[in-house]
Design a binder for this molecule. Structure first.
Ligand SMILES: [Zn+2]
Ligand SMILES: [Zn+2]
Ligand SMILES: [Zn+2]
Length: 276
C-alpha cells in the first residue's frame, strides 16, 4: 500500500497594504490612481489552509468583512494576531458572524505582551461581565497569550513564534512547516533567523525603497533579510503607495516578489512553490 501524498499548505494574502491602505484617501499619486488591481491594497491579513485541514486567519484589519467575502472564506478555526496595532486588530468585530453562526467561541492568539491591551481596548468582547443589549450580539472569542519563546500546538500543527522588533511592540510572526511568516519587523533577530532556517516560503514586510523607517523594513532591508534566510520564494507584504506592483516586481531579485490582495500560494512537499 502506498502512503497518501502529503497535503499542501495554502496561503492567501487577504490584505497587503500598510496602515493607510492603498489608495490612500485624498492621494493622486501614480500608484493610488493606477488601474492595475494589484495596486489596490487593504490592510494586513492572511489566511492559511493547513495540511491537516485547519483554517487560520492572521490578523483582523478594518476591511476584514470585505476580505472574507472577496476570498469566499466562510469559516475560521482560530486567529493569530501578530500585534495590537489598529490596522491589524480593529476589524475584530467582523469575527462576530463566525461565532454567531457556528455557535462556538473562536480562539484568538495574541502575543502575551499584548493581552491586557487587547482586553482593555475591546472590553465589550473580553469582559466576562458585559452583557450585550437584548437583540444585540458580540463576537464570542477566547483570548490566549502566546509565549514568544515556546512553540505552540495549534490546529494540529506546531507554530514556532518569531518575535521581531517594531518600535515599542514585539510582533509575533511564525514558522509552520516550511512557511515563515513575518510582518511589521524592523529586523530578524538571531532567534528568528535560527527558527527560519530551511524555510521554503517566506513572507516579510517592506514599506518603500530607500529612506529607512525606524520600525519597518524598507525594500532593500527586506531583500537583504530574504537573501539571508534563503527561501525558495519570498513575498513582500505591508506595502505603501510608494510601491507600484509592476515596477516593484521588476526591481526585485529572482525569488522575491510582491504579494497582492487575493493571491494564493501553495506549498507542497517536493514541489516548487506555486501561485494559484
Ligand atoms: Zn498615493
Ligand atoms: Zn504595526
Ligand atoms: Zn502594520
Amino acid at each position: 500500500m502506498t502512503a497518501a501524498p502529503p497535503r499542501p499548505l495554502e496561503l492567501t494574502f487577504l490584505g497587503t497594504g500598510t496602515s493607510f491602505g492603498v489608495p490612500v484617501v485624498g492621494c493622486d499619486c501614480e500608484v493610488c490612481t493606477s488601474s492595475d488591481p494589484r495596486d489596490r491594497r487593504t490592510r494586513h491579513a492572511a489566511f492559511l489552509r493547513l495540511p491537516g485541514g485547519g483554517e487560520l486567519l492572521v490578523d483582523t484589519p478594518p476591511e476584514l468583512r470585505l476580505q472574507l467575502l472577496g476570498a469566499g472564506i466562510r469559516h475560521v478555526d482560530a486567529v493569530w494576531y501578530t500585534h495590537a496595532h489598529a490596522d491589524h486588530l480593529h476589524g475584530i468585530d467582523d469575527l462576530r458572524i463566525i461565532s454567531l453562526r457556528e455557535r462556538r467561541s473562536v480562539p484568538v492568539y495574541v502575543p502575551a505582551e499584548a493581552l491586557d491591551m487587547v482586553a482593555r481596548r475591546f472590553d465589550y468582547i473580553f469582559d466576562p461581565d458585559y452583557r450585550p443589549d437584548e437583540g444585540a450580539t458580540r463576537p464570542e472569542l477566547s483570548l490566549n497569550g502566546v509565549d514568544p519563546s515556546r512553540p505552540l500546538e495549534l490546529l494540529g500543527e506546531t507554530f514556532h513564534p518569531l518575535e521581531v522588533p517594531h518600535g515599542s511592540m514585539n510582533p509575533l510572526g511564525f514558522r509552520v512547516g516550511d512557511l515563515g511568516y513575518v510582518t511589521d519587523a524592523k529586523r530578524l533577530p538571531p532567534a528568528a533567523m535560527e527558527r527560519l532556517e530551511g524555510v521554503r516560503l517566506l513572507v516579510i514586510n517592506a514599506l518603500w525603497h530607500g529612506n529607512p523607517h525606524p520600525t519597518h523594513f524598507n525594500v532593500e532591508e527586506a531583500v537583504e533579510a530574504a537573501r539571508q534566510v534563503g527561501a525558495e520564494r519570498t513575498y513582500l507584504t505591508h506595502l505603501t503607495h510608494r510601491l507600484g506592483h509592476a515596477k516593484l516586481t521588476a526591481s526585485l531579485p529572482p525569488g522575491v516578489r510582491p504579494a497582492h490582495d487575493g493571491l494564493t500560494v501553495r506549498l507542497a512537499p517536493g514541489r516548487p512553490v506555486e501561485e494559484l
